[in-house]
Design a protein around this ligand. Structure first.
Ligand SMILES: Cc1cc2nc3c(=O)[nH]c(=O)nc-3n(C[C@H](O)[C@H](O)[C@H](O)COP(=O)(O)OP(=O)(O)OC[C@H]3O[C@@H](n4cnc5c(N)ncnc54)[C@H](O)[C@@H]3O)c2cc1C
Length: 456
């Protein structure tokens, strides 16, 4: 088991650095996890400040243009009732998401998330990035934020790290795991992009079909063209095939196909190189498709995600650690705060290939509260993909719906801690689970291991 501890960066802070931001609960990062955390804590009466690096919410759902929401369902029902489903419903209300495919418009995802936060009373602080943390005993004391104003200080009773990368915990010196247990490699990064199909390219005889369906019927040919271009060097991308999804409109094709391996998303320079490498792959893929696949002859680039997508980085050392053995045995915990049916889905950290492993139908595994509590600090919880699980389980629980539910659990616990005047680490997991059930999370029924029938 690889563990790393980063050295506290030595930053000389100006004496005049004032504490400009204060809250009972401070959520850092406004992706699916941060949205769940901030909305839950605010709805339960806490004074919440959400600090976000970008000028909008959504994280990978918006800045990474990741799509669609992968299913985390049991017997056809979502396991993420609560804030995640509300976010999706709000998008549907704007006409920016499709209930069945769970495809959504990333611009609408921003609006819907901001609606939920503002209505709950969350104070939003955009364009601020956490760059430093000070610790007093086992408590996170002050965060230093960087913005156009320069450096400012921020303090809270409870902090929730929803940065995806576990930046806050790492800056505060918490131990973390990185990559797979054998080689230390993290899943590759992918820059998502979308192409718009042109009706001039509709194949003759496909007049009744929507354009996406017409494209889908060409998939065998598309894969052959891609493989041939990889073989002769016109496409230099290690991904084994072209992975696409239907866009929110029938003429939009969402590509999850670029693959950047061997670069660290928590190394600033490597991340910069990764963006350039991914856009080089994008240019090559689009050029080959335009030249060799008739349905893409007049295609145009519809969108390119503002930032490369990061699947995996730090996993913060917690008070519990869920492993692939727990996944395989569909393990349950009395203090479960989320249930997951989505399978193992590891894009090869070294190159080509994707490892998939599904749970048997009707089975789920659970994430206990201790996976969200940091081992090293008492007033910092993780409400994000970077919880305390192994590399394989991370590849399953990282999808957006359960991450939002995990954020919700951290936010509810922070509100309970604010009310009780205690540290979040003192919140009992079983009590929290029951509290979440009372707030609409479907962590019931507990069927004591009886087989679950698949709905017709
Ligand atoms: C290419 C790719 C494809 C994927 N495909 C799917 C899919 O099809 N379906 C699915 O459900 N899931 C998918 N996922 C997984 C999913 O998108 C992520 O695991 C999920 O978004 C994680 O949510 P999060 O809130 O933990 O982090 P993020 O979504 O990464 O959000 C973190 C937020 O924190 C902010 N932040 C980071 N550092 C700081 C800092 N220091 N200070 C202030 N703010 C900061 C960021 O700007 C961001 O807004 C995919 C991921 C990738 C990368």
């Amino acid at each position: 088991m690889q563990q790393k501890k980063i050295m506290q960066q030595q930053i000389t802070l100006p004496d005049t650095l004032s504490v400009r931001h204060q809250a009972q609960v401070m959520v850092i990062g406004g992706g699916p996890g941060g949205i769940g955390a901030a909305v839950a804590a605010a709805r339960e009466g806490a004074d919440v400040l959400l600090v976000e690096h970008y000028g909008y919410l959504g994280g990978m759902a918006t800045a990474g243009e990741v799509n669609p929401f992968m299913p985390n369902h049991l017997n056809g029902e979502s396991l993420d009732t609560g804030i995640f489903e509300e976010w999706l419903d709000r998008m549907i209300g704007y006409g920016g998401a499709k209930p069945k495919s769970r495809t959504f418009d990333s611009n609408i995802a921003r609006l819907a998330a901001e609606d939920l936060c503002l209505e709950a009373g969350v104070r939003l602080l955009y364009h601020h990035r956490t760059i430093h943390a000070t610790v007093d005993q086992r408590r996170l004391h002050t965060l230093v934020l960087h913005s156009k104003s320069g450096l400012t200080a921020a303090q809270a009773q409870t902090f929730i790290d929803s940065t995806g990368d576990g930046d806050v915990a790492a800056l505060a010196g918490c131990r973390f795991h990185l990559g797979d247990e054998t080689h230390g490699g993290c899943q590759p990064m992918t820059l998502c992009f979308k192409l718009q199909l042109d009706s001039r390219d509709r194949p003759s005889g496909a007049s009744g079909q929507d354009l996406y369906q017409a494209m889908a019927e060409e998939m065998d040919h598309i894969q052959k063209v891609y493989a041939a271009a990889q073989a002769d060097g016109r496409i230099d991308c290690p991904r084994e095939n072209v992975l696409v999804f239907r866009g929110i409109e029938d003429n939009i094709v969402h590509f999850n196909t670029t693959r950047v391996v061997g670069r660290s998303s928590i190394d600033g320079e490597a991340l910069s190189h990764a963006e350039i490498e991914a856009r080089r792959q994008l240019r090559q893929i689009v050029a080959v498709l335009r030249q060799e696949v008739p349905i893409f002859r007049h295609t145009r680039i519809y969108s390119i995600a503002p930032q490369i997508g990061v699947r995996e980085s730090r996993r913060i050392e917690g008070r519990c650690y869920v492993t692939i053995d727990d996944f395989r045995s569909a393990r349950r915990f009395p203090d479960a705060v989320a249930r997951v049916t989505y399978g193992i889905d590891i894009h090869n950290p070294q190159g080509s290939g994707t490892t998939l492993l599904d749970l048997p139908c009707g089975k789920w595994y659970e994430i206990p509260w201790g996976c969200l509590l940091t081992a090293d600090l008492d007033n910092l919880a993780v409400g994000s993909r970077c919880i305390s699980v192994d590399h394989a389980v991370h590849s399953s629980m990282r999808i957006m719906p359960p991450v939002c539910s995990l954020g919700q659990a951290a936010g509810s616990a922070a509100a309970l801690a604010a009310r009780a005047g205690c540290d979040i680490s003192e919140i009992d997991g079983v009590r929290l689970k029951n509290h979440l059930i009372g707030r609409g999370r479907n962590l019931l029924p507990d069927d004591n291991g009886a087989p679950v029938q698949k709905s017709p």
